[in-house]
Design a protein around this ligand. Structure first.
Ligand SMILES: [Zn+2]
Length: 288
């Protein structure tokens, strides 16, 4: 099983995670810019972070044969902090860089007027730079946040085929399915979407424009839930080719719209790491 995780925050994960992911078949990923838990107090804090997303993390990933790309944006939560606002003026410099394949995460956290403004500015930047957009939907009041997101996208005039609306669930997927936007699902341990529930959603809504991610960060999350979802799909009767479509070809198609995706050699076998080949690893064989 080859896996492209379209949304994962590797900056908050250990090198052991990269190793486990490589063993599980993860060969490419996109790391969107987000909040760090501790509020940032100035623009330099954000630009240092962006620099790590285009420099240090791709290097760390490459040691395990994983192609690392990123999405750059001022996240919805910090859109509310006037100390971070100035970063909007330096975003164009980052959106021109090779490893940047989207604008994101943008969207809503608490649905404030400040978030409205920053969301609209960044959608305009995406159009200007011809980049896809990754939209976060709020964890609270998700349905209202999703509807408002769809309204804002409509007003912006952006091509809906270049937008993924993420963190959907059984309640919100139906709102997005007919919009033309891509549908993103974050699979978490214990809460929200599970691999089994995801397989049910795929059987109900089909595989087109569907993206499955682990959204792993420093919270309780698991970078291998993409693999688990593939396994749940097989158990539910999907074919290996259908699993490949959801876990590899769909994210490649979505982010490929940036014209910057570099995964051509990702089909080669993963390199042996520190003398430790994954070939005999049960996870590599797709077993649980
Ligand atoms: Zn995220």
């Amino acid at each position: 099983m080859r896996i492209f995780d379209p949304h994962i925050h590797m900056s908050s994960r250990t090198t052991d995670d990269y190793e486990r992911m490589a063993g599980a078949g993860v060969r490419a990923l996109v790391e969107p810019a987000f909040w760090l838990g501790q509020p940032r107090t100035n623009t330099g804090s954000l630009t240092d972070y962006f620099d790590s997303l285009i420099g240090w993390e791709p290097f760390r990933a490459s040691q395990f044969g994983i192609r690392h790309h990123c999405a750059i944006a001022l996240n919805p939560k910090e859109a509310n902090d006037p100390r971070c606002r100035e970063v909007l003026s330096v975003l164009p410099r980052y959106l021109a860089k090779d490893g940047v394949v989207a604008v994101g995460e943008v969207g809503y956290d608490s649905m404030t007027p400040e978030e409205d403004e920053v969301f609209a500015v960044q959608l305009a930047l995406a159009v200007e730079h011809d980049l896809p957009v990754l939209v976060h939907t709020p964890h609270r009041d998700k349905q209202r946040g999703t509807l408002r997101t769809l309204d804002v996208l409509k007003e912006s005039g952006i091509d809906r085929g270049r937008v993924v609306i993420d963190h959907l669930n059984e309640v919100t997927v139906g709102l997005v399915a007919d919009s033309g936007c891509w549908m993103g699902f974050s699979i978490y341990p214990g809460t929200k979407m599970s691999p089994r529930r995801m397989a049910v959603v795929l059987s109900q809504y089909g595989l087109a424009r569907m993206l499955v991610n682990s959204a792993a960060d420093w919270g309780r999350s698991d970078p291998l839930l993409t693999l688990r979802t593939g396994q749940a799909m097989l158990t539910a009767g999907f074919t290996g080719d259908e699993v490949d479509r959801v876990l590899w070809r769909n994210p490649a198609e979505f982010y490929g719209q940036s014209g910057r995706l570099d995964i051509a050699s990702a089909d080669e076998p993963a390199p042996a790491i520190a003398g430790n080949s994954f070939a005999g690893n049960s996870i590599a064989r797709g077993e649980t």
